[in-house]
Design a protein around this ligand. Structure first.
Ligand code: PEP
Ligand code: MN
Length: 361
């Protein structure tokens, strides 16, 4: 069930020139000088909002857990000096009270908090009747409903300026990224709530500097509304997330490399070509479904033969053969074998379901 006020969601953060909203600053506020120097240098790069972690929910005890309220005036001062709004993470009602008391402009709820409805509700209750924008990071696990639920809790207490932050999803032994992007989840969020702006946090997805560009560019290619990128005056000495933070020079370089794309074009030539291609795609999608339907008809026939002959639905050797044949063909065609493997597995699962139904009836 969705809440009614969906059309009011969103910060209206899109800038006139269509460029993404940029949020940057250190993972954690460490010293007055570190906050001041970092913010001063990155503000000069056209950043829109400054960030710094004041309270840090860390995975393991013993890691740096943030300096707490003592660091809030440093962030506020950096905002005033550079004439930029500032944001920080809040994880409970006390953090909210402290951040509001000091004058933080925007709050964000971190991934380890979004995951916990009691914690989100506590924050929402502390924000009742307050007019402050809130960013909601996705929960650590790939659960879209939990992400939406956190947004709804804020919406219910009257917070109207809400944006989502996609920071990736944690998996055990992540092969490449610190957190898996699973782009299909923010895409589905966007499909369901087109007015809700989504910001990408490449820093916590990538986990290392070298991967920031590909994630940030992909987010722009997917038309995300903004980017939150961690920056630190001396990243290698950072007290948290040292590997993923950029120094101001690195941030400048990254921002210059990024290309932001338009959502639409009114160029008649472009529109004519894209329309023709889309007609082809629609035709091919329809033919693909007809082929899958043909395949399912045969699958059902086989189901009836298996039932009559008392043969089990799953023939593991046959499945191995089909899977390998498709993967080999994918390699020849230059299509990702991971995609083909998932595609044929999905079709195979549907085939099994259909034959199982036949066996039971
Ligand atoms: C952060 O932004 O520094 C942070 C802790 O993020 P996340 O909640 O995404 O882990
Ligand atoms: Mn961080």
């Amino acid at each position: 069930m969705d809440l009614l006020n969906i059309t009011n969601w969103g910060l209206n953060i899109s800038k006139k020139d269509g460029s993404p909203l940029l949020i940057s600053g250190p993972c954690s506020a460490e010293t007055k000088e570190q906050v001041a120097d970092t913010c001063q240098q990155i503000a000069a790069l056209g950043i829109d909002i400054l960030r710094a972690g004041i309270w840090k929910p860390r995975t393991r005890p013993g890691s740096f857990e943030g300096l707490g309220s003592i660091a809030l005036p440093w962030l506020i001062e950096a905002g005033k000096t550079n004439k930029l709004p500032v944001c920080c993470e809040v994880a409970n009602a006390f953090h909210v009270q402290e951040a509001l008391k000091h004058g933080v402009d925007i709050l964000w709820i971190g991934a380890r908090t979004t995951v916990n409805p009691f914690a989100v509700q506590e924050i929402a209750d502390a924000l009742q009747h307050k007019d402050i924008p809130v960013f909601v990071k996705n929960p650590v696990n790939p659960d879209l409903e939990l992400w939406i639920g956190a947004i709804e809790r804020l919406n219910k207490v009257g917070i109207r300026k809400i944006a989502a932050i996609h920071r990736g999803f944690s998996v055990y032994n992540s092969p490449k990224y610190r957190n898996q992007p699973q782009w299909e989840i923010p895409i589905e969020l966007h499909r369901r709530y087109p007015n809700l702006e989504i910001i990408c946090d490449p820093s916590h997805i990538a986990g290392k500097r070298a991967l920031l560009y590909e994630i940030a560019q992909k987010a722009l290619d997917l038309n995300f509304d903004g980017l939150m990128i961690e920056a630190h005056i001396h990243p290698d000495q950072a007290w948290s997330d040292a590997l993923q933070q950029l120094n101001p020079e690195g941030l400048d370089k990254l921002l210059k490399q990024l290309t932001s794309r338009q959502t639409e074009s009114d160029n008649p030539d472009y529109l004519r070509k894209i329309h023709a291609f889309r007609e082809l795609i629609d035709q091919l999608d329809s033919e693909t479904l007809d082929l899958i339907d043909e395949r399912m008809k045969i699958v059902r026939k086989i189901g009836h033969y298996k039932k009559a002959s008392n043969i089990a639905v799953l023939q593991i050797e046959r499945w191995k053969y089909v899977r390998e044949m498709c993967i080999k063909k994918a390699e020849k065609l230059g299509i990702s074998s991971k995609f083909v493997e998932e595609f044929i597995s999905t079709i195979h699962n549907e085939s099994i379901d259909q034959q199982t139904t036949i066996m039971r009836n």
